[in-house]
Design a protein around this ligand. Structure first.
Ligand SMILES: [Fe+2]
Ligand SMILES: [Fe+2]
Length: 292
């Protein structure tokens, strides 16, 4: 799709990369910035409306400690999925660090350092929270894993997929940051620090996509819209709809909890509220995104 050498040939692009790299300097390790002593298991780790079962009567009737435990497991899954996605991106960025013009190489190294910092922060959270290895070691979406490994680094689809993979979880980071009342301050700090770096990564991804879309044919644009609609659903499923075993590990009684979350109208509304701006921006670029 399009000119594979676009990173090498677009001067405005290099300028943007240099500008973003400046904003990434000086670097401060997020692990050292978080006030870890404020981590508590006796609070929610996500705002209650962000829980997948929020508003489901059978869930709301459970004791406070059980509902808080679900927030811990959902937050842990959110971080675990973040580690999975960042590890894919880190591998690709590391390969690209030796290629291309200096401005984009420097910017990619900044992203590499920042993504590594996020994953270290997530692992520190697991360590401090005493979460079992299995909580972070879940298998995530196989198609997304395959695409993350195989799509050509210079392709439009790769960068569009990266953009979605950053935007979809970042919308939840932002929600946590803006609805922090009653939420464990460490979880809020973590989401806020992550979101600050992601704003630059997302700006870079959008810039690439916008630039690439200027020169693609109508057919390519249509195909890209279809592909992104599919990827969007898979990212949303990964980050917003936990698997059934998570509910049981969180201590909820036996019951079809995953199916209840999937069928719950309030959950759909919450997800649409979160990712609506992402969908609108993609549509604003002329891509036909099917949602919901
Ligand atoms: Fe990240
Ligand atoms: Fe990122």
């Amino acid at each position: 799709m399009g000119n594979p050498d676009f990173l090498k040939t677009a001067p405005p692009f290099a300028e943007r990369a240099t500008q973003l790299a400046r904003h990434s300097t000086p670097y401060r390790d997020p692990v050292t910035r978080i006030h870890w002593d404020r981590l508590s298991p006796h609070t929610f780790w996500l705002p209650e409306p962000a829980l997948s079962l929020h508003g489901v009567p059978a869930f709301e009737a459970l004791p406070l400690a059980t509902r808080q435990a679900l927030s811990h497991h959902e937050f842990a899954r959110f971080l675990g999925a973040g580690i999975w996605l960042e590890s894919l991106f880190l591998q690709r960025l590391a390969h690209a660090a030796l290629k291309g013009p200096r401005a984009t190489r420097i910017y990619h190294l900044h992203e590499l350092r920042e993504e590594a910092g996020h994953s270290l922060m997530f692992l520190e959270f697991f360590e401090r929270a005493g979460l079992a290895e299995g909580d972070s070691n879940t298998r995530f979406d196989r198609l997304l894993t395959l695409l993350g490994r195989r799509l050509p680094f210079d392709s439009t689809l790769f960068w569009a997929a990266i953009l979605l993979g950053e935007e979809v979880p970042d919308r939840l980071n932002r929600y946590v940051r803006l609805n922090a009342q009653g939420v464990c301050p460490v979880a809020v700090e973590l989401c806020a620090l992550h979101s600050t770096d992601e704003a630059r990564h997302i700006a870079y991804g959008r810039e690439i996509l916008k630039h690439r879309l200027e020169s693609v044919s109508r057919t390519t644009r249509t195909l890209l819209g279809r592909a992104l609609s599919l990827l969007l659903r898979r990212f949303v499923h990964t980050f917003y709809y936990p698997p059934q075993d998570l509910y049981l590990r969180a201590g909820l009684p036996q019951g079809p909890w995953a199916a209840r979350a999937a069928a719950h109208g309030a959950r759909h509304q919450f997800v649409t509220h979160c990712i609506g701006p992402t969908v609108s921006r993609l549509r604003g670029l002329g891509l036909h995104i099917a949602w919901p």
